[in-house]
Design a protein around this ligand. Structure first.
Ligand code: ADP
Length: 186
């Protein structure tokens, strides 16, 4: 299965993604993790990305598209993958569509985890990552609303979108995601 996972910061994507890739034996492609690893390794790309990440802004499309295109060519992606944190803009989604169409490997589903904004603030404020300062959180939520939310319409029109309620325990949300995927597989 080739899955795109969409949800605002604090929706619980990372936690759910880990369980999903284990259950369905998928490669886990988290652009946030990739960028943080590049930053910590002080690579050129990592240092450029850090300037945007620390402000809660998206890194330039061209940079992230380059990273993901290379990653998608790794052999472990052949068994299927979960894209976690990519695409985040319409331009990224169009670029992904073009790449996948060229390879004859289109997406199977786009899963959205939906959580109300008050709850996101509560969760993020308690987490303590470097980009979890209140002002940076606010900016990340703005970036989500303005740049990423339009993807829901984009994938909705392609008939690929499934939305899952992200409120409740980790297990409850996981069960909903699993039910959605199992429904597709039937
Ligand atoms: P969250 O979804 O919790 O905000 P992530 O770990 O997914 O966090 O991403 C952290 C940061 O990495 C983002 O705020 C952004 O700066 C950068 N980033 C990750 N993925 C992308 C992407 N697809 N396009 C642009 N920037 C990205």
């Amino acid at each position: 299965m080739r899955i795109v996972f969409i949800g605002p910061p604090g929706a619980g994507k990372g936690t759910q993604a880990e369980q999903l890739v284990r259950t369905y034996e998928l490669a886990h492609l988290s652009t946030g993790d990739m960028l943080r690893a590049a930053r910590d390794a002080k690579t050129e790309v990592g240092q450029e990305a850090e300037q945007y990440m620390s402000r809660g802004e998206l890194v330039p499309d061209e940079l992230i598209v380059r990273i993901i295109s290379q990653r998608l060519q790794q052999p472990d992606c052949r068994k299927g993958y979960l894209l976690d944190g990519f695409p985040r803009t319409i331009a990224q989604a169009e670029s992904l569509d073009a790449t996948l169409a060229a390879g004859g490997t289109p997406l199977d589903v786009v899963l959205e985890i939906r959580v109300p904004e008050e709850e996101l603030f509560r969760r993020l404020a308690g987490r303590g990552r470097a980009d979890d300062q209140p002002e940076v959180i606010r900016q990340r939520l703005v970036a989500y609303r303005e740049q990423t939310e339009p993807l829901l319409d984009y994938y909705g029109k392609q008939g690929l979108l499934t939305t899952v309620d992200g409120l409740g325990s980790v297990e409850e949300v996981f069960d909903r995601l699993k039910a959605a995927l199992d429904e597709l597989a039937r």
